[in-house]
Design a protein around this ligand. Structure first.
Ligand SMILES: NC(=O)C1=CN([C@@H]2O[C@H](COP(=O)(O)OP(=O)(O)OC[C@H]3O[C@@H](n4cnc5c(N)ncnc54)[C@H](OP(=O)(O)O)[C@@H]3O)[C@@H](O)[C@H]2O)C=CC1
Ligand SMILES: CC(=O)N[C@@H](CCC(=O)OP(=O)(O)O)C(=O)O
Length: 349
């Protein structure tokens, strides 16, 4: 059994980790931290866990966490980097759901996250945990940077197009929409029901901190420098991300490649991936078709006479976009069956 600790158990990704891990046959939950709820039962805050978990929240004490084999940080950006060096030195493996270790260039990270990095010497050895791309490095890593939610939906959607040099990397567009849980449980007034319901808006249109993370990933898929316009939007729903991606076929591909060929390429690329579903041509994947599940569903379109491929990509931001992907990474790191504990079917309607 893997002895597991979670720092930040009261947050949305923390409770999502708990929902998945209480049913995981190879996990023994040992420590769940919250500074605000220390001393109270986890199931008092989250009654969905009653009967499954009998632990209290505790303070985030490094000595206690060091008794675990694996610690998940489900904390705001900038928290994990302060405790990770000590945990690593004690032989603990770490999965950070925040962005502390996602970006290799520390100057870029500090610019977008507005803080000084506490352990930039670890950035090179941290592995970016997108299993569909990085599986073999994930297996042996001690420190894993779990991808952001938008970056997961966007990178998976562009992946086969870029890997096969089918589209012009300088002109990519990602128009993405997220449910409100993406902002976390500690979110501000702008996330209140009365501020968001019955309304819809873009945000971060001049530049969002996921832009450098997505570009870093897309750049690694092919040799040219990527040009990406990424605009996130806030949808008045709790969970889910839908990303509509646009990519122009290269002049060579415009004459040679049909949408059916692109579809075949996507199907081949993701054939053995348990958590990517390439839907039949012309489908419109809905966020509810992945709600509560670790799937990313993708569909392709091309309008008549157009040289642009449209990719629709949906995930649950809290599962494939956070906790589910983190458990997938844990399974790979500990040599378990990859789908163990994360085979839930989405909740519909
Ligand atoms: N929500 C989402 O869809 C996604 C979130 N993420 C990332 O995952 C991380 C967690 O997100 P989310 O669950 O939404 O956040 P929440 O705001 O919902 O929860 C944050 C948790 O961290 C704890 N915490 C806050 N500050 C500290 C600290 N200084 N030391 C220790 N614990 C702390 C809080 O508990 P307490 O204050 O009681 O200690 C709380 O349990 C973030 O970095 C987020 O960017 C990534 C992908 C998707
Ligand atoms: C709807 C919403 O507010 N979403 C969040 C994304 C949360 C997330 O995954 O971001 P990191 O893990 O990279 O911090 C946002 O746009 O800030």
């Amino acid at each position: 059994m893997i002895k597991v600790g979670i720092v930040g158990g009261t947050g949305y990704t923390g409770v999502e980790l708990l929902r998945l891990l209480v049913m995981h046959p190879e996990v023994d939950l040992q420590v769940i931290t919250s500074r605000s709820e220390a001393g109270t039962l986890v199931s008092d805050t989250y009654p969905n866990l009653r009967g499954h978990l009998d632990l209290p929240f505790t303070e985030p004490d490094v000595d206690k966490l060091a008794e675990c084999d694996l610690v998940f940080f489900a904390t705001p950006n900038g928290v994990a980097m302060k405790q990770v060096p000590e945990l690593l030195s004690k032989g603990v493996r770490v999965i950070d759901l925040a962005a502390d270790f996602r970006i290799k260039d520390v100057a870029v990270w500090e610019n977008w996250y507005g803080q000084t990095h506490a352990c930039s010497e670890l950035l090179n050895s941290a592995v970016y945990g997108l299993p569909e791309i990085n599986r073999s490095a994930i297996k042996d890593c001690q420190l894993l940077a779990n991808p952001g939610c938008y970056p997961t939906a966007v990178q998976l959607g562009f992946l086969p197009l870029l890997e096969n040099n089918l589209v012009e990397p300088a002109h990519l567009i990602a128009d993405a929409k997220s449910g409100i849980s993406g902002a976390g449980r500690g979110a501000s007034v702008s996330s209140l029901f009365s501020e968001t319901s019955g309304s819809f808006k873009a945000y971060g249109a001049s530049g969002h901190r996921h832009l450098p993370e997505i570009k870093q990933g897309l750049n690694a898929m092919q040799s040219e420098s990527v040009g990406l316009t990424f605009v996130p939007h806030l949808l008045p729903m709790i969970r889910g991300i839908e990303a509509t991606l646009y990519a122009r076929l290269t002049p060579a591909a415009q004459s040679d490649v049909k949408l059916e060929d692109v579809q075949a390429l996507f199907e081949k690329r993701f054939k053995d991936e348990p958590f990517v579903d390439v839907m039949p041509l012309g489908s419109h994947p809905e966020t509810r078709s992945v709600k509560g599940s670790n799937m990313c569903r993708i569909a392709l379109h091309q309008q008549e006479g157009s040289d642009t491929i449209i990719v629709l990509s949906v995930i649950d931001n809290l599962v494939k976009g956070a906790a589910g992907q983190a458990v997938h990474n844990m399974n790979i790191m500990f040599g378990l069956g990859e789908t163990t504990g994360i085979e839930q079917v989405a909740l519909m309607p």
